[in-house]
Design a protein around this ligand. Structure first.
Ligand code: OGA
Ligand code: NI
Length: 360
């Protein structure tokens, strides 16, 4: 293992403690350079556009209904890389319990949470930064990270919060339901790309092989939301992301051409986005899209990102079926273990990683 990832380069300050100290200006470490600030960077379009909403009940319909639903997802992947799903099979009541149990965790005293302080080597536990570059400008957010699957990589007991006592069971139940949704989406995406229905799942390591991780993001109130970001622009390194966002407090923005479009989640919806590994497997037919999170001066925000990833030791490359003389393979084979080292070292950096691979 890379020695750079043994520890953080500076003592980690939890953002919640800064926020709760009542300061009216934020420390310099969180102030973005002018061009990266939310108010000055490329135009923010509010509600002029929004990401597509797809009703997954259509997949149970007759052939025509099923086809139309697959078509809608395919168009969303090509045009946006992001969409919301409703009637997705994950119980809305379970989504609510998930929010509640994790909210209770983040309400625990900071000392209790710091017992789970994480390290850059695996990220498991409670943390406040991504990347190990000394002196980096930091994001205004804390998070909790867990590996859920495969069973061999599952975070050990010591990395799981002991309180609230229902957290573990609720998270496990949520994992089972969201994994089923991801398996369905993998089929839909395979068909949309003209591949065998099980192509993407097999490329991810088959039935029990895929990786699943959870990152619960906690964005405390920020007194200067025009200077900082809750999460800097990035694309997700893995396969698919299923986000359970707060429909009362917005913050997520998606890149659309030269604009940032605010996502307004419907109450029962889950937000889906394509990660870099699907961009690679699809030879860039589907693109992972940059997104970022704004901070909020009056409300804290919690979101839960479930990452569905390839098995970490399989080399991934564009599907042969999608490589032609006119469209040569854009990526060399690489394992996900190798790939995610970049974000683990450098932190969120837009789409620089997947773009730099293409240039080689
Ligand atoms: C992420 C992410 C968005 C959000 O965790 O990768 O993009 O709204 N989260 O918190
Ligand atoms: Ni993300």
């Amino acid at each position: 293992m890379d020695s750079l990832l043994q520890d953080w380069p500076e003592p980690v300050v939890c953002v919640q403690s800064l926020s709760e100290s009542g300061l009216s200006t934020i420390p310099d470490r969180y102030i973005k350079p002018p061009s990266d600030r939310p108010s000055l960077s490329i135009t923010s379009k509010q509600n002029q556009h929004s990401i597509p909403v797809v009703d997954l009940r259509g997949l149970m319909d007759d052939v025509a209904g099923c086809r139309a639903t697959i078509q809608a997802i395919s168009a969303a992947c090509r045009e946006w890389g992001f969409f919301q799903v409703v009637n997705h099979g994950v119980s809305v009541e379970l989504m609510e319990r998930m929010r509640e149990t994790w909210r209770s965790f983040f309400q625990l005293p900071i000392k209790v949470k710091q017992a789970y302080a994480n390290l850059p080597k695996t990220y498991e536990g409670y943390g406040s930064r991504l990347g190990v570059e000394k002196g980096a400008i930091l994001d205004w957010g804390d998070y909790y990270f867990l590996n859920l699957m495969p069973a061999s990589a599952r975070s050990r007991q010591m990395h799981w919060p002991a309180q609230p006592c229902s957290l573990r069971e609720i998270t496990n139940e949520y994992e089972r339901e969201v994994a089923k949704l991801c398996q369905t989406l993998m089929k839909v995406l395979s068909i949309s790309l003209g591949l065998d229905v099980d192509y993407l799942q097999n490329a991810f390591g088959g039935g029990g092989g895929a990786g699943e991780c959870l990152r619960v993001n906690y964005y405390p109130k920020c007194p200067q939301p025009d200077l900082a970001l809750g999460l800097s622009p990035h694309s997700d390194p893995g396969g698919l992301t299923v986000l359970l966002a707060d429909h009362r407090v917005g913050g997520l923005q998606v890149r659309k051409g030269d604009a940032w479009v605010t996502v307004q989640p419907l109450p029962a919806a889950l937000v889906i986005n394509i990660g870099d590994q699907i961009q690679v497997l699809s030879n860039c037919m589907f693109k992972s899209v940059e997104h970022r999170v704004l901070t909020n001066p009056t409300n804290e925000r919690i979101s839960m990102a479930f990452f569905y990833n390839p098995r970490s030791d399989l080399p991934l490359a564009p599907a042969q079926e999608l490589v032609t003389p006119e469209r040569p393979s854009l990526y060399r084979p690489m394992t996900f273990d190798e790939y995610r080292m970049y974000i683990r070292k450098k932190g969120p950096r837009g789409k620089t990683q997947v773009e730099s691979l293409k240039a080689q």
